[in-house]
Design a protein around this ligand. Structure first.
Ligand SMILES: [Zn+2]
Length: 213
């Protein structure tokens, strides 16, 4: 035992020194806790958010009036609330590896809330088709005016709530998300056509204040 150790012991034996050391220890503990608690909280929140998506995380369609979400020019989202993004618009040469009948040029935007979720008219218009429609399965086609048409594909058989010749408003329920036609899982194929030509729905909707994922 050397001289510094003896000195420390002498200090510890003194009553005042013990008080000073106790205060110092308390302050040290408070400092450590004030740093550690927020850090642990951040780690906890982060770990809670970074889990792999499971079926339990599939967003539920909220009970809100879709017409209340109508944005610029009377347009609204065909699926109200959060959704999963599927294939976007454009070429997808690798699709044949998982789906032999799917087109290598995707003409719409795939989105999903899960089987049975309500699909809404994205804008007002005239229903020009409601029922089986080529690879779109059970689909609704709406002429929205100004040369714009919207198509809602793969809806469940028997789920359609509109008929050909019917006028719809933005947010009118059309049917339920399904797997009909050329579809590998429940989703909505949302397509926008301008004068008969399919355009990318993402910039089209973004220009109306409704950005897609
Ligand atoms: Zn699609």
């Amino acid at each position: 035992m050397g001289a510094p150790a003896v000195a420390t012991l002498t200090i510890v034996r003194s009553k005042t020194a013990r008080r000073v050391m106790a205060v110092a220890a308390t302050m040290f503990l408070v400092t450590v806790l004030s740093v550690a608690v927020p850090l642990l909280t951040v780690v906890f929140i982060a770990s809670g958010q970074s889990g792999t998506a499971t079926s339990a995380d599939v967003p539920k369609a909220p009970a809100v009036d879709p017409a209340a979400h109508v944005a610029k020019g009377g347009w609204t989202y065909p699926l109200v609330g959060s959704y999963w993004k599927g294939r976007g618009f454009g070429p997808d040469p690798n699709i044949s590896r998982v789906c032999s009948y799917c087109s290598t040029w995707h003409k719409g935007y795939d989105m999903s809330q899960g089987c049975g979720a309500t699909v809404h008219a994205a804008a007002a218009g005239l229903v020009t088709h409601a029922g089986s429609y080529f690879g779109y399965g059970n689909a609704v086609v709406i002429e929205n005016g100004g040369g714009v048409a919207t198509i809602y594909g793969h809806m469940a058989w028997g789920s359609l709530r509109v008929s050909t010749g019917e006028r719809v408003r933005p947010g009118t329920p059309l049917g339920a998300e399904g797997i009909t036609g050329n579809s590998t899982g429940c989703h909505l194929h949302f397509e926008v056509r301008i004068h008969g030509v399919a355009v990318d729905p993402a910039p089209f909707m973004a220009a109306r204040g409704l950005p897609l994922k």
